[in-house]
Design a protein around this ligand. Sequence first.
Ligand SMILES: Cc1cc2nc3c(=O)[nH]c(=O)nc-3n(C[C@H](O)[C@H](O)[C@H](O)COP(=O)(O)OP(=O)(O)OC[C@H]3O[C@@H](n4cnc5c(N)ncnc54)[C@H](O)[C@@H]3O)c2cc1C
Length: 341
Amino acid sequence: MDTIVVVGAGVIGLTTALCIQQQNPAQPILLVARDFPTDTSVNYASPWAGAHYRPVPGASPQALREANQAQRTYEYLKRSEPGAGVEFIQGIEHLEAPPAEYLDTQSVRNVYSHLDGFRILAREEVPDGVVWGAQYGTYVVNSPVYCAHLLRKFVLKGGETRRYTLANLKEAFAFGNVKTVVNCSGVGIEDPKAFIIRGQTCLVRNPVSQTITRQNQDGSWSFCIPRPLDGGTIIGGTKEPHNWDPNPSLETRQRLLANAAKWFPFSPESGGKFDVIRDIVGRRPAREGGMRIEVEKLADERHIVHGYGAGGRGFEISRGVAEDVTALMLENNLLPAKASL
Ligand SMILES: Cc1cc2nc3c(=O)[nH]c(=O)nc-3n(C[C@H](O)[C@H](O)[C@H](O)COP(=O)(O)OP(=O)(O)OC[C@H]3O[C@@H](n4cnc5c(N)ncnc54)[C@H](O)[C@@H]3O)c2cc1C
């Protein structure tokens, strides 16, 4: 049987490789990547993610597609093994100046109603200045632990890995008898529609039991995300399209922590002080119009199946994306269906 090469060992490549394996356990798969879990590079987004699930209302094709992928991922993560670094906890949102989509009941229902225990908070339940609030059951992910867990599963099921930096995607066909390459390279390779969104957050030791997101009057966002398995708490965060600065800004750190002390329920003993583990700077791999999920046909019966450009929601949509990529491969006869016994 031909080998399928999956390019990329971020949350999208790993989840996709596992989904293909699940579809056909006998299929040889080689995961080729420049970075693997435990590596830290500003260009490898996955280990830097918070990561939590917060639905985003909207009516654009991208918003609707992501909402569907996010719902399937929510159900999938409910079945995570204990060591995966995933935990279901309460999610709270406090918005001071909600965009129009939040005030439209139907568009809110479209993306929130599947969440366990979802309800809009009454005016007396939200802090001063907050115009829209909600609570629901959500999950938080210790992203480096989760990625390492996915890689371990892939290898235990017979998947192979190779550390290599591809100069272009056609090179990936040279790894043996390869007819299909699955491109989960994050920001993509040579795609003019792709761009990065810089994110700065701060990892602290101070524990918190909920994930809370607050949108401020000036349009900025603050959030706290406890990382399972004693992984500390992520305090965030910035979203800066096209900002290539790899260095953390001290001023940003101070602003994030000052907001967190004001709005999030850290224990009174901490006295508004934080025990900082590290600043985090990562590049979200974004793309105009959202992810590219499509088959590109090359000469000689060779194909590239693209699955990249997840932006700021790679964990939230990971399983949905992996299922969509796998379904596309089956439709195009690029993956032999599992033999029925
Ligand atoms: C600060 C921050 C906070 C975030 N918070 C959240 C959150 O709360 N929830 C959420 O869902 N998401 C969050 N994200 C976004 C999330 O991290 C990304 O959407 C996700 O990690 C993208 O995964 P990926 O696999 O597509 O890309 P990546 O993780 O970047 O992986 C890309 C892979 O492709 C490989 N690769 C690239 N080019 C080549 C090449 N030429 N040759 C070989 N290999 C190559 C890389 O080495 C890597 O293995 C956050 C991101 C940041 C930075």
